[in-house]
Design a protein around this ligand. Structure first.
Ligand code: C5P
Length: 213
């Protein structure tokens, strides 16, 4: 039995006390993986952005909103985990400053929002992972395979799951699993719960233990 850290859902980046920037991630794939890991007898610490999903039984869930909060929660849990699945759709940028007061409309004037890059949570964890398992997800519209392989090595991942755009918010999905060793495995289309289980069969192997520590 191992303990896995899993990020899921979107992040929510505040603009002012009432507005934010976010994305369309529903969190379904991450939650399905969390449930599938528990079903295999593993412990799961799920660091979740705002989603409309109930916590799978047996999963420890930490709710966060922004990428910075997600990173802090993950860094606190990572030392006690054997591997990480980065399924969250982390916002690439956040507003440089969060206005304390609600922004007012200025008639006829453009509003320019300055954005600053968010840290890469999965890369931050995986670059210092040692022999622990790190799995990422990516959604690419162009040069998908090349981008998948580039991200896998830039972030020091053992596996990368490539999603099609149609996966967003959908019940079912088709993916390709790339491994650092060079393998490529298409899966689906199938419901996300079955897909989660099929991915774990390939990643954790028939003995349900990754070859990573
Ligand atoms: O956004 P990108 O395609 O680079 O995401 C690939 C992987 O990296 C995903 O697993 C995602 O959860 C993770 N990621 C992250 N922090 C970011 C951006 C991406 O953990 N700031």
């Amino acid at each position: 039995m191992a303990r896995y850290l899993l990020t899921a859902g979107p992040t929510m980046e505040a603009i002012d006390p009432v507005r934010f920037l976010s994305n369309r991630s529903s969190g379904q794939m991450g939650y399905a993986l969390a449930a599938a890991l528990v079903a295999r007898g593993h412990e799961v610490c799920l660091v979740s952005g705002p989603v409309n999903l109930s916590t799978p039984e047996g999963v420890t869930r930490l709710d966060v909103e922004s990428a910075l909060e997600m990173l802090a929660a993950c860094e606190a849990e990572w030392p006690s985990c054997n591997g990480v699945f980065g399924v969250a759709a982390v916002a690439d940028y956040r507003p440089r400053a969060v206005s304390e007061a609600k922004l007012k409309r200025q008639a006829g004037e453009d509003l320019v929002l300055e954005m600053t890059p968010n840290p890469d949570i999965l890369a931050t964890l995986a670059l210092g992972k040692g022999s622990r398992l790190a799995v990422g997800f990516a959604l690419e519209t162009h040069n998908a395979e090349q981008e998948a392989r580039r991200k896998m090595s830039a972030k020091n991942l053992d596996y990368l799951v490539l999603n099609g755009v149609e996966a967003q918010g959908a019940e079912a999905s088709a993916v390709e699993l790339f491994s650092q060793q060079g393998s490529r495995h298409p899966l689906g289309p199938m419901p996300k719960a079955r897909l989660a289980s099929a991915l774990l069969d390939l990643i954790l192997g028939p003995n349900n233990t990754s070859s990573h520590a």
